[in-house]
Design a protein around this ligand. Structure first.
Ligand code: ZN
Length: 376
């Protein structure tokens, strides 16, 4: 038994054409260098780094099949898939908001979802202890019929629904720690009581109008969606506190069969699309938190699916820290910013403010705390 690492070179070939990210500058925007901020390099360099350090030798390196049309149809309507496939066959284009893709984009997105599905299946079938899917394009922003934020298919939603259809699990918890709100995954499961969705994100970064604490699900799903919007500038201590105080207790109460992490690295202290101060050690510590929790409540069944993270320099080191922690390997990649990021953390005044923010979020979430799960 081991930790699996699911990847495919073709996922690095997903292309964003001439798209450019933008930085606001007063009333103007300055294009970011290098085209689509969601570039292959962050992910490819993570895979390269684990090979160079030797961590890859302590992981089960795997590939996967594309998710099938049947798999995709459990989350996305046929008209959406047909439009996506036709545009992809015609050479690519733009399907929604911030979702450009090139030739073969449909197949690459289905492969990205397939990596998430294979990782989840391997853990649920007892073939691996834990698994990491280096999915690209990412998935957590994609609604059933509305792609956005570089996401074309909802990878985790597709994986969860495939696992349920195969009878591998009944209760799923999805924790999204990407700096942006997991609006797509929230939408897919918003009325469902069997999938707990939690998103911890920078308040009103992207999308600007979703991710509020009042959005707690609807109908049978009321209480089974949790948003933890954090103020810009939240750092190492703040993330771990938010996990301890809000996130982990909610997952423990829910008692899932498996815990899935939408693992983005854009809450890191360098990221063009985030304004937070997490470090590689923050991601390692959060991984330890969810490892410990999953051992307590769901037999250690833990799956991570790669989402955002836009620093080509830093994402590989954050990912390495996560994978080392998941696998229990002794192969370590020293964080090149270890001498400086711990010094650039919020001051005591911010910590006190964040403490109040967290208390306020807890008070608001208590209003719709769902009944404790029945043992099944
Ligand atoms: Zn993100």
């Amino acid at each position: 038994m081991a930790t699996g690492f699911f990847w495919d070179e073709r996922c690095f070939w997903h292309a964003g054409g001439n798209y450019a990210g933008m930085l606001p500058v007063g009333g103007l925007v300055q294009p970011l260098d290098g085209g689509l901020p969601e570039s292959p390099e962050t992910k490819r360099r993570l895979k390269n780094l684990i090979e160079v350090t030797g961590l890859a030798r302590d992981l089960a390196m795997r590939g996967a099949e594309m998710a099938s049309r049947e798999d995709l149809l459990r989350v996305h309507p046929a008209h959406y898939l047909d439009r996506f496939k036709a545009l992809s066959d015609a050479g690519g284009g733009e399907l929604g908001r911030r979702t450009p893709f090139g030739p073969g984009g449909y197949e690459i997105a289905a492969l990205s979802a397939g990596l998430a599905k294979a990782a989840l299946f391997a853990v649920l079938q007892g073939d691996l202890d834990t698994a990491y899917a280096l999915s690209r394009p990412p998935g957590h922003h994609c609604l059933p019929d509305y792609p956005n934020g570089f996401c074309l298919l909802n990878n985790i939603g597709i994986a969860v629904e495939a696992a349920r259809a195969a009878g591998l699990a009944r209760r799923f918890a999805v924790l999204d720690w990407d700096v942006h709100h997991g609006n797509g995954t929230e939408a897919v499961f918003y009325d469902r009581a069997d999938v707990l969705t939690l998103s911890i994100h920078q308040d009103r970064n992207y999308p600007m109008d979703t991710g509020g604490v009042a959005d707690r699900g609807t109908g049978a799903g009321l209480g089974y969606n949790r948003n933890v919007p954090l103020p810009p500038g939240t750092g190492h201590k703040g993330y771990l506190a938010a996990m301890e105080r809000l996130v982990l207790p909610a997952i423990r109460d829910f008692a899932p069969d498996v815990l899935i992490i939408a693992c983005g690295y854009d809450a890191a202290a360098i990221d063009p699309l985030g304004r937070m101060l997490a470090t590689a050690d923050t991601f390692a510590m959060m991984t330890r938190q969810v490892m410990d929790l999953s051992r307590d409540i769901c037999g250690g069944r833990l799956v991570m699916v790669h989402e955002g993270g836009y620093s080509e320099t830093y994402v590989p080191f954050c990912g390495h820290a996560v994978l080392q922690e998941m696998s229990g390997s002794t192969v370590y990649a020293a964080d090149p910013f270890d001498q400086v990021f711990p010094l650039r953390q919020p001051d005591a005044r911010f910590d006190a403010y964040l403490d109040e923010v967290l208390s306020d979020l807890i008070a608001q979430q208590e209003k719709t705390r769902p009944a404790r799960a029945r043992p099944s």
